[in-house]
Design a protein around this ligand. Structure first.
Ligand code: PPS
Length: 292
């Protein structure tokens, strides 16, 4: 008998895959959260640089000091779909909110701000595989293979929904006045510039703080991969010691260590088909030549 394809386990709500330990009620309420003027959302498809951006934003609000041990970024800048609307509505203003929702479902207010971070789908897939494997209680996929996860991702049958739908939906709004569109790769190439762009986007109350070069230096230092690799209980719930850590590798191009030639060709074909004539391929100019 052929073994059925192993897949991560999810709860399904209106077609969304939700990690098993998440509450459907909170997820449903998140969709009805009333965004407020002054709210700032950090929006990503899963594994595209959310936590890194959350920490930068948190430090901009805390004199460039790093998140101390004992606190968790997911409570400081809460994940809307996980904690639900009431938790977020009760935060003091201005609210900073994490979400993985696609554009059309993200609570909108013209005076709210949206920082969107995109990451190339190849590295996103690899990072998402380790995430799904490592959070054993969330997905029951500890024994899942890269090949099995690849099939789920390419079909969009993962809890982020379809990667390309998410990116296309937000990319259309990249020039909106209340959207800051960044890529993980830009953040890696020039983190200093990304921190300044985020502060400028949040407004003079933030950008003025960076005039003190000391604070910019502190944020740069504490947002580095090396620093964020320390005391990882600050970023997520714990995962079994034998699994990869949440802040795992932090590299551009790790996909080259994982994809077979066939997988490269299949995801490249999908990437080209889904992003044709959008300009999205220009976000990662080195990617397609390296894949061919
Ligand atoms: S989540 O679960 O969706 O919130 O994950 P997310 O934070 O979006 O993405 C996790 C990946 O981001 C990497 N990361 C970093 N890279 C570089 N520098 C810093 N400071 C940093 N912090 C987090 C993290 O390692 C995950 O990527 P991979 O490729 O798995 O290492």
């Amino acid at each position: 008998m052929i073994e059925p394809q192993k897949k991560p386990s999810y709860k399904i709500y209106k077609g969304f895959r939700i990690p098993m330990v998440f509450s459907v009620e909170n997820f449903a309420s998140a969709l009805n959260y009333q965004a407020q003027p002054g709210d700032a959302f950090i929006v990503t498809y899963i594994k595209c640089g959310t936590t890194w951006t959350q920490h930068i934003v948190w430090m901009l609000n805390h004199d460039g000091q790093p998140l101390p041990v004992g606190k968790n970024i997911q409570l400081e800048i809460p994940f809307l779909e996980k904690v639900g609307a009431e938790f977020v509505a009760n935060l003091p203003a201005p609210r900073f909110i994490k979400t993985h929702l696609p554009y059309e479902l993200t609570p909108f207010h013209p005076e709210a701000k949206y920082i969107y971070v995109a990451r190339n789908p190849f590295d996103c897939l690899v990072s998402f595989y380790y995430h799904t494997q490592g959070f054993v209680k969330l997905y029951d996929f500890a024994a899942g293979t890269f090949e099995q996860f690849f099939e789920c991702f390419i079909r969009g049958e993962v809890d982020g929904g379809d990667y390309f739908d998410h990116l296309l939906g937000w990319y259309e709004h990249k020039a909106d006045p209340n959207v800051l569109f960044l890529t993980y790769e830009q953040m890696k190439a020039n983190t200093r510039q990304a921190i300044i762009a985020i502060a400028d986007f949040l407004g003079p109350a933030y950008s003025s703080k960076l005039q003190d070069g000391e604070m910019l230096y502190r944020i740069l230092h504490h947002s580095s991969f090396e620093q964020m690799s320390q005391n990882q209980s600050r970023w997520s719930s714990t995962r079994p010691a034998e699994m990869t850590p949440f802040i795992r590798k932090g590299e551009v191009g790790d996909w080259q260590n994982h994809f077979s030639e066939t997988q490269k060709a299949r995801l490249l074909e999908k990437f080209i088909a889904r992003t044709a004539e959008t300009g999205i391929a220009e976000l990662w100019p080195d990617l397609i030549p390296r894949l061919r």
